[in-house]
Design a binder for this molecule. Structure first.
Ligand SMILES: Nc1nc2c(c(=O)[nH]1)N[C@H]1C(S)=C(S)[C@@H](COP(=O)(O)OP(=O)(O)OC[C@H]3O[C@@H](n4cnc5c(=O)[nH]c(N)nc54)[C@H](O)[C@@H]3O)O[C@H]1N2
Ligand SMILES: Nc1nc2c(c(=O)[nH]1)N[C@H]1C(S)=C(S)[C@@H](COP(=O)(O)OP(=O)(O)OC[C@H]3O[C@@H](n4cnc5c(=O)[nH]c(N)nc54)[C@H](O)[C@@H]3O)O[C@H]1N2
Ligand code: SF4
Ligand SMILES: [Mo]
Length: 712
């Protein structure tokens, strides 16, 4: 098949008179390998790489529209320095790269002198080549505060659940081989994950697998499901614990698997009994009948291979860490871990670091990372037991109150916390309070507007990168520059090289061409750079059955009993707790969020093709609630929380739990910066919420918010 497909590539290249370069898409975090067709320095066509297991040649609408980024007139072209007072929306003047890097190096040095290296934080999400900055700012400069995975802004709860249970930070999903798929708010056909996973889900369904979607909303995925379970928001932990209880009580668990590969099954059985986590207990909490919970538990335990999977749905609340663990414990006690058709414990490719820094040149941090120092002050250690990343929404405490210690510099790359984190006002106040705020961006983003220095970054079409591929097995993928940089924009490896030269560390970043560092990074891979360039990816063997080989948890086993929790003085088994914000008479509706298929986060709203498909966001409201509050379909409404209000279009739907509203892609629209197409379209919802974080993981809790609604 590969050969046949690649001849299609050759024919297309001939017809288009174009050169084909293997690369990958980074419009969303799933990084599909691609073939990019280039003629006269322009992208004339691009498609999925047919040989790559991630996407098998397919792409989504966002990826198909992505080459716009190489020609968007609103892209940042030059380094910019603020020319007005902090706290006001920035006015900027153009400066040279030399001036920009001198300014940044001097500020970094002065912060280190005054406050220590830990007073600088580096945040990135959409993180091309963030690893270069991590090596500079963490290993050499000496701050422990780097967040390259953006865990607390995103899926910290899911990662922590997977990490504490299976010792793996990145769960993937072998849906293609499943017989029973239980998704807890994971909207695979709306907010798509890796494309082979979405395709696998649909293939499994065609084969006769059962798909059950637990979600307050009748989502794109629920619409394709055999059964939609309209759960009350923030109550997944209760339902999942009750399902565990049925499986244990009726001895439907996998006795051999829990004996050989798990720690703590008997203790968990006791815990469920003691706490009284039965379907009758859970039913009124979740709004799901006890008999349905019982039936689903029995089905899940007996129709194998099965998978119980989560993404952000359960993690949007302050009780999301326990919910995530409870959902994964269904996989654990039924022995459905890392086999074909199960939750898959991803293997990672051994990609080397770009810089070799000798031990004696490294600066050891003298203070603990913020994730530890800010930790939940429960019992003994003050620490987030399970997520070693900067808790974003609490960063203003360090900047504005010096709690737990002063932070004075923030470097943000390819993330936009002023728009994506809860409580915009607090984030803006934080940026105003910094001695150095730098945005490395492709647009003048809402966060860049608050910064001192804005550095234009190349897009993924204009730079090289080697990174982990988003496939079940180990995989390395290569992104290659296919067109020249827009304006004077630079890739991170050049920005870091310029900074390192000024800060006395130039010898560690002494590459001339990108191939120089790339050669080094692939030394540890069983493939040469030439082979990677020709094929675009390297994929290792797909391995199943890791629990039998020992897991990187403290016990080496699947931890039903979590040592990480126990060591932090917490209950080692999941406990049910109410979330923080409960609707009341004044604000009777619970906010939920969900993403849209034609957009990715706050990345795609300046793309005219995607905006033509979906040009604004909206709020969904159940028809009963709409009638109660006098709301008509397609009408503009005011959504008001105790903190702020927004005007947004309403869609009246049947498929939503009464008492909840679903703001679709609420953080991604209503831009007041970015570009001409994005600006002013739709409504931005994140200032409705206060800065709630999950007490165990430090993750932002975007749905901790209650509102009332009225016609605008
Ligand atoms: N097209 C597209 N794809 C994307 C993205 C994108 O922006 N667009 N973003 C990417 C990123 S960064 C991420 S993190 C992932 C996120 O992937 P998902 O987590 O699948 O996406 P979301 O839309 O954030 O939330 C999923 C669902 O959770 C439901 N939900 C809300 N509250 C609850 C609850 O209490 N219980 C349950 N069971 N469900 C609940 C919502 O109704 C929604 O349908 O998607 C990635 N893929
Ligand atoms: N209310 C609400 N809030 C949410 C969510 C939600 O569902 N609801 N989802 C949360 C989730 S899951 C996530 S992951 C976060 C995402 O939010 P963030 O982590 O802040 O990041 P992104 O949306 O990925 O991208 C932000 C910035 O990256 C820039 N960018 C795009 N490509 C490049 C590039 O190649 N180089 C550089 N330097 N910059 C680039 C864009 O211009 C944009 O300003 O939002 C979170 N916030
Ligand atoms: S899934 Fe993500 S990486 Fe793949 S084509 Fe779509 S936007 Fe690009
Ligand atoms: Mo995310």
């Amino acid at each position: 098949m590969g050969q046949q497909q690649s001849s299609v590539t050759d024919r297309l290249a001939q017809i288009k008179g174009a050169q084909v370069i293997k690369s990958f898409c980074y419009t969303c975090p799933w990084t599909c390998p691609t073939e990019v067709f280039v003629r006269d320095g322009k992208v004339v066509y691009h498609k999925g790489n047919p040989e790559a297991p991630n996407n098998i040649g397919t792409r989504c609408a966002k990826g198909m529209a992505s080459a716009w980024v190489t020609q968007d007139p609103d892209r940042l072209k030059y380094p910019l320095l603020r020319s007005n007072a902090k706290g006001e929306p920035g006015e900027f003047k153009r400066i040279t790269w030399d001036q920009a890097l001198d300014f940044m190096a001097e500020k970094l040095e002065s912060i280190r002198q005054k406050w220590g290296p830990e007073a600088v934080v580096y945040l990135t999400h959409h993180d091309p080549n963030g690893i270069f900055m991590v090596q500079l700012i963490s290993q050499l400069y000496g701050t422990p505060n780097v967040s390259i995975g953006h865990g607390s802004g995103c899926e910290g709860d899911r990662r922590s659940a997977c990490f504490t249970t299976f010792g793996n930070i990145f769960p993937m999903h072998d849906f293609a081989h499943s017989q029973y798929i239980l998704l807890w708010g994971m909207n695979m056909l709306g907010a798509n994950q890796a494309l082979f996973e979405s395709r696998g889900l649909l293939e499994a369904k065609k084969r006769g697998a059962k798909l059950v979607v637990v979600d307050p909303s009748f989502t794109e995925t629920a619409q394709k499901a055999d059964e939609w379970i309209p759960i009350r928001p923030g109550t997944d932990a209760a339902m999942a614990l009750a399902m565990n209880q049925v499986i244990v009580e009726e001895r439907l668990h996998d006795a051999a698997f829990v004996r050989d590969h798990c720690e703590g099954f008997d203790g968990f059985a006791e815990h469920l009994r003691e706490q009284g986590y039965t379907p009758d207990w859970a039913a009124p909490i979740c709004g799901i009948e006890a008999e349905t919970i019982r039936r689903l538990a029995r089905e899940f335990a007996t129709r194998k291979p099965a998978i119980s999977a989560i993404f952000k749905g359960s993690g949007y609340y302050t009780n999301g860490a326990a919910a995530g663990r409870a959902c994964y414990l269904l996989d654990a006690i039924t022995g459905q871990v890392d086999g074909p058709g199960n939750l898959h414990l991803k293997d990672f490719a051994p990609i080397g670091m770009p810089a070799t820094i000798p031990e004696e040149a490294m600066t050891k941090p003298s203070k603990p990372p913020l994730a530890r120092a800010m930790g939940y002050k429960m019992t003994a250690p003050t620490s987030y037991p399970v997520l070693p990343e900067v808790p974003n929404a609490r960063l203003p405490e360090a900047v504005l109150n010096d709690d737990p210690y002063p932070v004075r510099g923030v470097i943000v790359q390819a993330a936009n916390p002023v728009m994506s984190d809860p409580n915009r006002e607090r984030m803006q106040a934080m940026f105003a309070g910094l001695e150095l705020a730098v945005a490395v961006e492709i647009y003048m983003s809402e966060t860049a507007l608050e910064c001192d220095l804005v550095l234009p970054n190349t897009s993924f079409y204009e730079q090289a990168e080697i990174r982990q591929g988003m496939w079940l097995g180990a995989e390395a993928i290569l992104g290659q520059p296919v067109v020249p940089p827009v304006g004077e924009s630079r890739p991170m490896y050049d920005i870091v090289k310029g900074l390192a030269e000024r800060m006395g560390w130039g010898q560690y970043f002494d590459y001339e061409r990108w191939e120089d560092w790339a050669e080094k990074r692939v030394e540890t891979l069983p493939v040469s750079l030439e082979e990677l360039k020709a094929r675009g990816f390297w994929a290792g063997e797909l391995r199943y059955g890791k629990p039998a080989q020992g897991l990187p948890t403290k016990s080496g086993k699947v931890e039903i009993y979590s040592h990480a929790y126990a060591d932090a003085g917490l209950c080692p088994y999941p406990l049910w707790q109410e979330r923080s914000v409960i609707p009341d008479e004044a604000y009777p509706l619970q906010v939920t969020h969900s993403k849209l298929s034609a957009h990715c986060n706050i990345v795609t709203q300046n793309n005219p093709m995607l905006m033509e498909i979906c040009g604004e966001n909206w709020v969904e409201i159940n028809s009963q609630d709409a009638a109660r509050y006098g709301i008509r379909d397609d009408q503009m409404v005011v959504l008001e929380s105790p903190k702020d209000k927004i005007e947004i279009r309403a869609k009246v739907v049947e498929g939503l739990v009464p008492g909840a509203v679903s703001i679709r892609h609420g953080h991604g629209f209503g831009h007041w910066a970015m570009g001409r197409i994005a600006k002013g379209k739709g409504a931005h919802s994140n200032n409705l919420m206060d800065s709630h974080t999950n007490p165990l993981t430090g993750t932002n809790s975007y749905n901790e918010c209650k509102v009332r609604v009225r016609p605008a």
